[in-house]
Design a protein around this ligand. Structure first.
Ligand code: AP5
Ligand code: MG
Length: 213
């Protein structure tokens, strides 16, 4: 099963992806995580991407399309995968359709997680992530037992560089202008599954499972 997780910054795509990996045994392909990993390694691609990410802008299509093209050919994607944060505009969606057509693959479901903007800002500015294992937390909604320390591996928790109010505001605007048109794009293809992304994380997961079957 091939899935796209669509939704604004802070909708809970990463949070729900972690649960979906365990339930369906398919990998999460997050272009945001891949770009942050490239930056951490100090590759030219990572350093170039940082300029855009820090402003809340989209990284050029050619960069992310190239990353996804390479990633979906890996062995662990043979039984399916979940795209998180890709595609993010219509030209990426068209490139994905072309790429999958060439491989005789297709997207089965586009899970669109809907959360109002007022809630997204609080979610993003309070997000913390483990530097070692990548586990996600929120200072109020999902706090670690000990402040700044990962429950799972004792790693250090950090705040993403793009989770400040100014950058979050641009990310939300970019979502509205460039990514939202994908809702109509996939509705037209009959693949869109709208999910209410407000409420308990476990309840939202149950809503997603109900549409995926
Ligand atoms: P990316 O990393 O994809 O960020 P994003 O789309 O902005 O989404 P987030 O990761 O911020 O949100 P999420 O939905 O995963 O939320 P989470 O589960 O963590 O992209 C970053 C940047 O990379 C982009 O701005 C762009 O520059 C670049 N980029 C990436 N892909 C690209 C592409 N395809 N093309 C071009 N550029 C690209 O949850 C957030 C917080 O809320 C957490 O603290 C969590 O604990 C909490 N939370 C989750 N669910 C709930 C709930 N139900 N109730 C309360 N709190 C909750
Ligand atoms: Mg994410």
């Amino acid at each position: 099963m091939n899935i796209i997780l669509l939704g604004p910054p802070g909708a809970g795509k990463g949070t729900q992806a972690k649960r979906l990996i365990d339930a369906y045994g398919i990998p999460q392909i997050s272009t945001g995580d891949m770009l942050r990993a490239a930056l951490k390694e100090g590759t030219p691609l990572g350093l170039e991407a940082k300029k855009y990410m820090d402003q809340g802008a989209l990284v050029p299509d050619s960069v992310v399309i190239g990353l996804v093209k390479e990633r979906i050919l890996k062995n662990d994607c043979a039984k399916g995968y979940m795209l998180d944060g890709f595609p993010r505009n219509v030209s990426q969606a068209e490139a994905l359709d072309k790429m999958l057509g060439d491989l005789s693959q297709k997207i089965d479901h586009v899970v669109c997680v809907e959360v109002p903007n007022e809630e997204l800002i609080g979610r993003l500015t309070g997000r913390r992530t483990c530097r070692s294992c990548g586990a996600g937390y929120h200072v109020m909604f999902d706090p670690p037992k000990k402040e700044g320390v990962c429950d799972k591996c004792n790693g250090e928790l950090y705040q993403r560089d793009d989770d400040n109010v100014a950058t979050v505001t641009s990310r939300l605007r970019v979502y509205d202008e460039q990514t939202k048109p994908l809702i109509a794009y996939y509705e037209k293809q009959g693949k869109l599954r709208r999910i209410d992304g407000v409420g308990d994380m476990a309840d939202i997961f149950a809503r997603i499972k109900a549409v995926l079957g």
